[in-house]
Design a protein around this ligand. Structure first.
Ligand code: TRP
Ligand code: SF4
Length: 400
């Protein structure tokens, strides 16, 4: 339960491209080998900005899941689901909203940034302001320990940690907490109970972080503790109340420098993308017609790769020999641009080939994708329900 759990979400706002692959999906595929992973389609998040074009979201949801599967996300390893099919996210969002100071939301940097960036849309909505809190609910409901995100999302994770702390502080105090915690200590058995108490004292009296870490690992290893006692012991360690919601860590993914067809960062808004599963003819045509160093007007004019977007793609896709061939050939007019582009075309097609192949079975039989998502939603709901039980109880809502 307290082992690492990774959670990440993606907004369904159009088909994915190779920038998503290099920036996010490759990373997900690696993480699923190592951690318990939950990946979800953030359809409610998409509505916070695209509330007036729901058709796009609906179509993108399924395309995006196929893209994930094509990229190698493995439903046997990772749990894939759709946010709106786990309505517990909305319940937690609502409950957390009761304790969320407005100022905290207004200070989240993406709030003003996005409003300015998307100035053609009216984003002075309640949903848009609350969107970081919805993200907090997404994370906290699974007690995720690691959240892989890009740099721009780090403030959202920090915000989430503050919300978790505030929640635990307000609701983590149960009547008789000390006595219950002491009783839970005894359940560890005399040796471990003694060790736990020593480590706790060392941390509380001397701020010894190593002692805190050792005590946490000691608790991590206790399989037979009940959930309630486990939470009490984690909370008791740090002198607070019961730890109901746990604080996640941001797992910063190295910013992808995937260049687009024009040398700017690959992005739908620059109209310079290559789709993840775009067909071969179209990929070939796009790269063939890419701009090159404008100084190479004629085949006999020498060029400079530093002024050419094709060179940037060579840096992603080519080995040392090919790169040297480009450098020499371009600067001496020894090779032509079409010739130079050929290895890039080939490398992109080679990268996409297994993706297109993996996608085919899902395109042939869409029920496969529906089933993967149904299974994933069911698993996610079970996990979410556990947290919600504790949250409702802590907030005095577990009527029976
Ligand atoms: N806000 C993220 C984005 O715009 C998507 C997202 C929603 C998310 N909920 C999340 C990412 C939870 C990580 C964890 O990219
Ligand atoms: Fe660009 Fe290659 Fe042409 Fe040089 S030879 S300008 S690097 S495409």
């Amino acid at each position: 339960m307290f082992a690492d759990r990774v959670l990440s979400g993606m907004r369904p706002t159009g088909g994915l491209h190779l920038g998503h692959y290099h920036g996010v999906l490759k990373n997900w595929v690696e993480m699923q080998q190592e951690f318990q992973c939950l990946f979800f389609v953030a359809d409610w998040h998409a509505l916070t900005t695209h509330y007036d074009t729901p058709q796009i979201i609906e179509q993108s949801v399924w395309d995006m899941v196929v893209d994930w599967l094509a990229a190698g996300v493995d439903p046997a390893r990772a749990t894939l689901f759709i946010q709106s099919r786990v309505p517990e996210h909305a319940e937690l969002h609502l409950l957390l909203s009761m304790i969320t100071p407005l100022g905290w939301l207004e200070r989240v940097p993406t709030y003003k940034d996005q409003q300015e960036k998307l100035s053609e849309k009216d984003l002075s909505t309640y949903g848009f302001l609350g969107y970081p809190l919805l993200q907090s609910a997404d994370i906290l409901i699974y007690r995720a320990t690691q959240v892989p995100v890009g740099e721009d999302q780090v403030p959202h994770i920090e915000f989430t940690r503050e919300i978790a702390r505030r929640f635990n502080h307000i609701y983590g105090r149960e009547p008789g907490f000390e006595e219950k915690a002491e009783a839970a200590v005894k359940k560890l058995g005399s040796k471990k109970a003694k060790l736990y108490s020593e480590l706790r004292t060392r941390y509380l009296e001397r701020g010894d972080d190593e002692a805190l870490q050792s005590a946490k690992s000691l608790l991590d290893e206790q399989q037979s503790l009940s959930m309630g006692n486990r939470e009490r012991l984690f909370g008791y360690l740090e002198g607070g109340g019961k730890m109901i919601l746990s604080e996640p860590q941001a797992m910063l993914t190295a910013a992808s420098k995937m260049p687009g067809l024009d040398g700017q960062k690959m992005s739908k808004s620059y109209n310079n993308t290559i789709g993840l599963r775009e067909d071969e003819a179209s990929v070939t045509r796009k790269i063939r017609t890419m701009p090159t160093d404008p100084a190479r007007v004629r085949r006999t004019d020498a060029g400079n790769p530093d002024k050419c977007p094709v060179w940037q793609l060579h840096q992603v896709y080519s080995n040392a020999d090919t790169k040297e061939w480009v450098q020499k050939g371009c600067r001496s007019a020894g090779i032509g641009c079409i010739e130079c582009k050929q290895p890039v075309i080939q490398a992109v097609l080679d990268e996409q080939k297994p993706m297109r192949e993996r996608a085919q079975q899902y395109l042939d039989d869409p029920t496969l994708v529906r089933n993967i998502i149904s299974d994933g939603c069911e698993k996610a709901r079970k996990l979410a329900a556990e947290t919600m039980r504790d949250v409702r109880e802590a907030m005095g809502l577990s009527y029976s």
